[in-house]
Ligand binder design. Structure first.
Ligand code: IPE
Ligand code: IPE
Ligand code: MG
Ligand code: MG
Ligand code: MG
Length: 307
């Protein structure tokens, strides 16, 4: 067990410092759950480690830890729950970048997995990261009640599959060159990106004390708003930031004729949507006082990030 022992910490640590600390700890946790590169089949394990380690903002683990703060969860549980989502996320990025999907050569400032290795290895690395996520949820006692732990497995399954991320990716591919309505676009974003973000918050929360039905609804509301917010900001950054800053190819959406918040609402409209969603996310947390400080800070970070 390489995850951190002990209770949720450091309520007043500055956000930037906290974020860096979490990212560093997550690197250790992820390193510990991934098979060693020297273990056969070495090329596959190298590719899995290449995709997961040494990059990424770790927003999903941060959100899991933020969700856990609301319910007083132990840190090591949230880290492992966050690691599980991060593995599914990393797999989704490998596949998202494949030539048959977004055909991208740059990710997290490095060549994409299929460029660095080969397409078949990239496909298999994704295939192998996904079950590893569920293995982590199953083999660690992440909740006191086994029924809650089982619910966590179900949650990640739902968020990852055809009614979650994979389904959203299918809508994304089917939408190339199409004029979507804002409602259709929102539906795509809620699935392809929102589902895993939402699951991150709720998985972290499930590691701690049970919430009332009303509080669960408020937290779900926050998680859903932030999930959509995340992809609206991704669309804006794709259209406005440089490849060097993003660590992935800029202006990819317009080049591939993908409908986005920017293409449908224009840049000012997309920014207004961001502000509305941020407000919605913060409103949903209003009853949680200081227990939701990190979640509030994370929503703000997701809005103001530069990559
Ligand atoms: C990028 O996600 C893909 C989307 C779901 C929009 P992130 O922006 O979280 O990517 P990393 O993990 O920081 O590289
Ligand atoms: C990806 O959306 C969503 C995933 C499920 C991976 P994008 O295709 O916009 O993500 P980037 O911009 O390549 O990171
Ligand atoms: Mg894509
Ligand atoms: Mg992409
Ligand atoms: Mg994008």
């Amino acid at each position: 067990m390489s995850a951190t022992q002990g209770k949720m910490p450091q309520g007043n640590m500055r956000f930037e410092v906290w974020m860096k600390e979490v990212a560093a700890r997550m690197e250790t946790v992820l390193d510990g759950v991934l098979p060693a590169a020297a273990r056969p089949p070495t090329r596959l394990h190298e590719a899995m480690r290449y995709a997961v380690l040494g990059g990424g903002k770790r927003v999903r683990p941060l959100l899991a830890i933020g969700g856990g703060e609301v319910t007083g969860a132990e840190m090591w549980r949230c880290e492992l729950a966050g690691a599980a989502v991060e593995l599914v996320h990393a797999y989704s990025l490998i596949h998202d970048d494949l030539p048959c999907m977004d055909d991208d050569v740059l990710r997290r400032g490095k060549p994409t997995v299929h460029v660095q290795f080969d397409e078949a290895t990239a496909m298999l690395a994704g295939d192998a990261l996904q079950p590893l996520a569920f293995q982590i949820l199953a083999e660690n006692k992440l909740a006191d009640d086994p029924a809650i732990q089982l619910e966590m497995v179900r949650m990640l399954g739902l968020a990852s599959g055809s009614c979650g991320m994979a389904g959203g990716q299918a809508i994304d591919l089917a939408s190339v060159g199409q004029q979507l309505t804002e409602t259709e676009l929102e539906n795509m974003h809620i699935h392809k990106t929102g589902a895993l973000i939402r699951a991150s918050v709720m998985l972290g929360a499930h590691c701690g004390a049970p919430l009332s039905a009303a509080d669960t609804q408020h937290l779900e509301h926050y998680a859903k708003a932030v999930g959509l917010l995340f992809q609206v900001v991704d669309d804006i950054l794709d259209a406005t930031a440089s490849t060097a800053t993003l660590g992935k190819t800029a202006n990819k959406d317009a080049d591939h004729d993908k409908p986005t918040y920017v293409s449908i609402l224009g840049l000012p409209g997309a920014k207004r949507r961001v502000n509305d969603l941020l407000q919605e996310a913060n409103d949903a947390l209003s009853g949680f006082s200081t227990r939701a400080t990190r979640l509030r800070e994370l929503a703000q970070f997701i809005v103001s990030r530069s990559f």
